[in-house]
Every structure is written in C-alpha cells, then in structure tokens.
Design a protein around this ligand. Structure first.
Ligand code: SAM
Length: 290
C-alpha cells in the first residue's frame, strides 16, 4: 500500500471531513510535504525487519510512510479527536497499531518487551515541540531499548543536541544527547512544510544509540548533576557554579582541588569542558569526598 497522505490537498480534505481543530497545547503542526516525509524515513533507515515506535501520529501522515517500509508501527497519540481520524486514514494498514495515550505516561519498556520480544525499536517522530526534551531524555535515561531516534525538532534544539564545547549552543542537552547517542543531522525544514506553520525553523536529526556510554563516569547521577550545575549560570566560573549548585554540597576547597587535579585553569567555565573532562571532574569530586 502506497502512502496517499502527505500532500496539502489530502491533508486539508481529511481535516475538513472531521471538522478538526488544531490544539496548540498539543504542539500540532502536521507535515504536508512528501519530500520531507521521505527524508525522515530515509534518515531513520527503516527496513522490513524494523519495529517502529512513532510518537504523535496526528492524522497518520508519517505513519503511512513508516508502515510502507517497516514490519510493524506502534503510533502513540494523545488527542481524543484524532483517534477516529486515524482509524480511517490507517484502514487497511494492517501493520499499524494506534495507541491512545500520553507518551510521557507510558511504560515503554513494557511495550518493547511485550510487542517486540524486547528487541530494540526505531523511534521516529515529528515531535510536539513543547515536550521535546522530556520525551528524548525519558527514552535515553530510562534505557528504553532503541537503536535510533529520528525526530523533527526545532532547528535550534537540533543545533544544541550536536553542539561542540565552547560554542553558544553547547549545554546540558548536548552533553546528555552525546553521552547516550551519536547525533546525525539529516535535513532542515522550513515552516511552509507544515499546517499550521510553526513560527520557528525545524530540523530532522537522527540519534544513533551508542553501544557503550561515551564516557564511564564512576557516579552517573553526580555526572549529570555536575553537568547541569555547570551550565545553570553561563557567566559564572565552574568553581562558582558548582559552589552554589542546588543538591551539591562540595566546599570551595574541594572544588578547587578537583579542578586542579584535572589540570583545568582555576577560572575555567563549564561550557569549555567536553564530555570526557566532565567525567574526569566528576571522578575528582568523588575522590575528594572520600
Ligand atoms: N506526525 C504528524 C505529522 O507529522 O503530521 C503530527 C505531528 S505533530 C507535530 C505532534 C503530534 O503529537 C500531534 O498529533 C499531537 O496531538 C501529538 N502529541 C502531543 N503531545 C503528546 C503526548 N504527550 N503523547 C502522545 N502524543 C502527543
């Protein structure tokens, strides 16, 4: 079955038929450009063996493109009003299961275990932008079994995910994403590829799961606390950021010592450190606590 949704005309017809009203609170911007839809499935590298988890199918546009290539698609949609629409637009697409739920409240481990025998899935989505970070961090931190996550996000967020140390885009999100995955930018997408048009530029980015974390910090929880604290107030030195951080109780002397042990300049700022240096700093802080 060939995908037939994805053009402006087909989309408008479906929306009209159901008298559908876009809900801003659900971040609804539907794709209406077949070239972009093909770019997403190509970046996700979907094949006949793949089980796909789609977040927010909307009226089922990307879902059809995914189902055309995948073995199986699970599509999770929160909006009640879209469920009857999906029943019709995906009629005859026997390898699609629509799940009416909030992606942030689901036990995705159970889904993968029960529906794909625990084998890792590919996550693909034109994400609702208001919850981009909680969705992605949830998938990575909770160790949901996935091989890749290919998503449409705000262009600025895609830039932050793959940013290098010392740039203004570099922050806690860059470190977290690069800790668990290798990001591959796939396309930039202008607002006119969506209905309604978002007021920001968008980009498709593919996050390839690493077999091992990028670095081995002795204490992972402390590693992320240190990373978050380091970027909380960008103009501060690392020393002051860590000294004033909520949840951390290192003395000024302990932090100074850890910075010195790592060989960083005394007045170093968090944004200068790469992921390996954050891990080294965390380990040095751990040992001065002992
Ligand atoms: N995939 C469609 C497309 O590309 O045309 C729609 C993408 S639209 C940007 C985001 C979709 O996510 C909407 O259908 C919205 O209702 C849904 N959504 C928003 N919050 C959600 C949540 N917490 N759980 C599941 N779906 C959600």
């Amino acid at each position: 079955k060939e995908p037939w949704l994805g053009t402006p005309a087909a989309t408008t017809e479906v929306l009209k038929k159901y008298g559908f009203h876009f809900q801003k609170r659900y971040g609804q911007n539907f794709l209406i450009d077949p070239r972009v839809l093909r770019k997403i499935t190509a970046a996700a590298d979907i094949g006949p063996e793949d089980c796909v988890l789609e977040i927010g199918p909307g009226i089922g546009t990307l879902t059809q493109y995914l189902a055309f290539q995948a073995k199986k698609v699970y599509a999770v949609e929160i909006d009640d009003a879209l469920i009857p629409v999906l029943q019709e637009t995906l009629k005859g697409w026997d390898n699609v299961t629509v799940i009416h739920n909030d992606i942030l409240k689901m036990d995705l481990h159970a889904l993968v275990r029960d529906q794909n025998e625990g084998k890792p899935v590919k996550v693909v989505a034109n994400l609702p932008y208001y919850i981009t970070t909680p969705i992605l961090m949830g998938l990575m931190e909770k160790e949901v079994p996935f091989t890749s996550i290919t998503v449409m996000v705000q262009k600025e967020v895609a830039d932050r995910m793959r940013a290098e140390p010392g740039t203004k885009e570099y922050g806690a999100l860059s470190v977290a994403v690069q800790y668990y995955t290798v990001p591959h930018p796939a396309a930039t997408v202008p607002p006119n590829c969506f209905i309604p048009r978002p007021n920001v530029g968008s980009a498709v980015i593919s996050l390839e799961k690493r077999a091992e974390r990028a670095v081995a910090a002795a204490n992972e929880q402390l590693f992320f606390q240190v990373v978050h604290a380091s970027f909380e107030q960008r103009r501060k030195t690392l020393l002051n950021s860590l000294k004033n951080a909520r949840g951390l109780s290192f003395t000024r002397e302990q932090i100074q010592e850890a910075i010195a042990v790592c060989g960083f300049p005394e007045n170093v700022r968090g944004e200068a450190l790469d992921i390996h240096q954050f891990a080294a700093l965390t380990d040095a802080l751990c040992s001065c606590q002992e």
